[in-house]
Design a binder for this molecule. Structure first.
Ligand code: KIV
Ligand code: NA
Length: 263
């Protein structure tokens, strides 16, 4: 059975953890799908891991469409989630819809946008027009220049309150999924309890509906700086299949993330 927005909702309600990984091509899509990964994210992290860029900002719409098409061809069961790249949705809801439609036509089942409550109007515009949305909050890498680096978000009480309000506004607007990156585990837990949709964490602790990592971090092939929340599952595996199976099992069995991966 194909994973849909309803499957994700049901998994979260039943306390079954959602396993998500980034994916950029058809062969890995097929392998990840076979291993039981529930969501394949065509992340704009491809700018860093595939293209060697220093941030996700240079990634273009044609590049995202190309990789989304590749992944969609290899996915059978998994839900295909595509990132909207920097500059493709921030202007206004109409711009966001035009570009989201291109990703949906390339095979995405949902799109992901970064930003807080100020993106709620755009989320509503997309959702009302048939585009499910994952809201990415906390450390939003497209804001790296505004943040002055990749830093944990929501450490102070006021920041934590703002992130909680962001999650509420975005889900009130119709977001189907909330992804939180690099936030204290207590905040990820509070957001998960506050919203009615599943939450996905990356560096957000165990008390969320599911986990995501960048595939190249899971396989230990990314040469750049390794974030604290990353785990190389290849270190103890004998094959790529083995590493991905171990990741899925660790997410489902709640042994990943461990305390050393959390803030
Ligand atoms: O682009 C990406 O890979 C992401 C994940 C890190 C969540 O957005
Ligand atoms: Na991304």
């Amino acid at each position: 059975m194909k994973v849909t927005v309803n499957t994700l909702q049901q998994m979260a309600a039943e306390g079954q953890k959602i396993a998500m990984l980034t994916c950029y091509d058809a062969s890995f899509a097929s392998l990840l799908d076979e291993a039981g990964v529930d969501i394949l994210l065509i992340g704009d992290s491809l700018g860093m891991v595939m293209q060697g860029e220093e941030s996700t900002l240079p990634v273009s719409m044609p590049e995202m469409e190309y990789h989304t098409r590749c992944v969609a061809r290899g996915a059978k069961r998994a839900l295909v989630l595509a990132d909207m790249p920097f500059g493709s949705y921030q202007e206004n809801p109409a711009q966001a819809f035009a570009n989201a439609a291109r990703l949906m036509q390339a095979g995405a089942h949902m799109v992901k946008i970064e930003g807080g409550a100020f993106m709620a109007e755009t989320v509503r515009f997309l959702v009302e027009r048939g585009v499910p949305v994952c809201a990415h909050i906390g450390l939003t890498p497209q804001f790296v220049n505004a943040f002055g680096g990749y830093k944990v978000q929501g450490r102070s009480e006021s920041d934590a309150e703002r992130i909680l309000a962001d999650a509420r506004a975005l889900t009130d607007a119709g977001a189907s999924l909330v992804l939180m990156e690099c936030v204290p585990a207590v905040l990820a837990k509070a957001v998960t309890e506050a919203v009615a949709v599943p939450t996905i964490g990356i560096g957000g602790g165990l008390d969320v509906s599911g986990q995501v990592l960048v595939l190249y971090d899971v396989l230990g092939v990314y040469p750049g700086k390794k974030a604290r929340f990353v785990k190389n599952f290849m270190a103890e595996a004998h094959s790529i299949q083995g590493a991905v199976n171990a990741y899925v099992a660790a997410v489902k069995g709640k042994t990943f993330p461990a305390p050393e991966h959390c803030f």
